[in-house]
Write a protein that binds this ligand. Structure first.
Ligand code: RIB
Ligand code: CA
Length: 313
């Protein structure tokens, strides 16, 4: 039976590749809709970019919703320095034919969950968690029908990438992250600890480019742009490919290894705001609330991604 999912994103080149992977996998993934949030770039761009990606993939039937234009409590911080001014620099931007849905993303998430069976819908957030947290706040009864939350965010063994101690998605909206990690539903965490092990090396980007269809070419072009910032920052061949790890786990969970543990989010300290405090060895004896992914078969990950991108030929 296919997995009913809602993808919440802030495209972003890595979000875009995650969308391509999901759109190529609709036999296994029943995509209820794509919701967008302010993050890498402002909402007006993330919602447009999600529609562009759907159009490149010829999947204009998937509805795209615009959500929250800013975090719950603090000012929005964006990442044009990483993603470029469009958010998906590397490809030509065009005005998508596909319109944004009229319904707010929060109302779409609530309506979809209220109409679903118990524990039946997987949420796949890969940006700041504002939409997810605000949906739960607006209607807590939706928790009943959430099966699990597979999210990209956080860091424990890796240093922060927006502040010294916090990963971007958690730091941009720490209050939303705290709400989600306290919601009581199963959470699968793809943090920097694991995403830094799936680098977009030149050889891998070449393999993607050689596929020779529109989606693969767009992916390669975006990754060439996306890699420049992190390659320089980390001194490695390629950039961590963050968001597609969420979709890859849904498709092939045996690529990953992780551990049940308790994760809490710092929401008070200006110095460590958004830090994911991970009790990996259970030293504080607090009930685990997440599976923290630590290892990945990176070759297997890229084999999966390339195999799925070939489906657009
Ligand atoms: O820290 C990486 C995360 O922040 C990714 O989801 C990237 O797209 C940005 O949203
Ligand atoms: Ca993202």
């Amino acid at each position: 039976m296919s997995e009913k999912i809602i993808i919440d994103c802030d495209p972003g080149q890595d979000d875009a590749v995650a969308l391509f992977l999901a759109l190529a996998s609709q036999d296994e993934l029943d995509i209820q809709g794509i919701t967008t949030v302010a993050g890498n770039v402002p909402l007006a761009l993330t919602e447009r970019n999600a529609r562009i990606i759907c159009e490149i993939a010829d999947c204009e039937d998937i509805p795209v919703y615009a959500g929250c234009p800013r975090p719950m409590m603090i000012e929005l911080v964006t990442a044009e320095n990483v993603h470029g001014s469009t958010g998906i620099d590397g490809i030509d931007i065009f005005k998508p034919k596909k319109e944004i849905e009229n319904k707010h993303a929060i109302d779409f998430i609530i309506d979809t969950l209220k109409g679903a069976e118990k524990d039946s819908i997987t949420l796949v957030p890969m940006g700041p968690l504002t939409n997810i947290a605000m949906s739960i706040i607006k209607d807590p009864t939706i928790l009943r029908n959430i099966k699990q939350i597979v999210l990209m965010g956080g860091a424990m063994r890796e240093a922060g990438n927006l502040s010294a101690s916090a990963e971007f998605n958690m730091r941009v909206d720490p209050h939303a992250a705290a709400k989600v990690f306290n919601c009581g539903k199963p959470i699968i965490v793809m943090s920097l600890d694991v995403t830094h092990k799936v680098l977009t090396s030149k050889e891998r980007v070449k393999r993607i480019e050689n596929i020779g269809n529109n989606v693969a070419s767009a992916t390669a072009d975006m990754l060439k742009f996306f890699a420049r910032y992190d390659s320089n920052k980390y001194g490695k061949d390629g950039a961590p490919l963050h968001d597609p790890c969420t979709i890859a786990w849904l498709l092939q969970p045996d690529l990953f290894e992780g551990k049940e543990c308790n994760v809490r989010i710092e929401t008070c300290s200006p110095l460590t705001m958004g830090h994911t405090s991970v009790d990996y060895w259970g030293v504080e004896g607090i009930k685990p609330n997440a599976i923290w992914m630590q290892n990945i078969d990176d070759e297997g990950f890229y084999d999966l991604l390339i195999k799925r991108l070939k489906k657009f030929s």
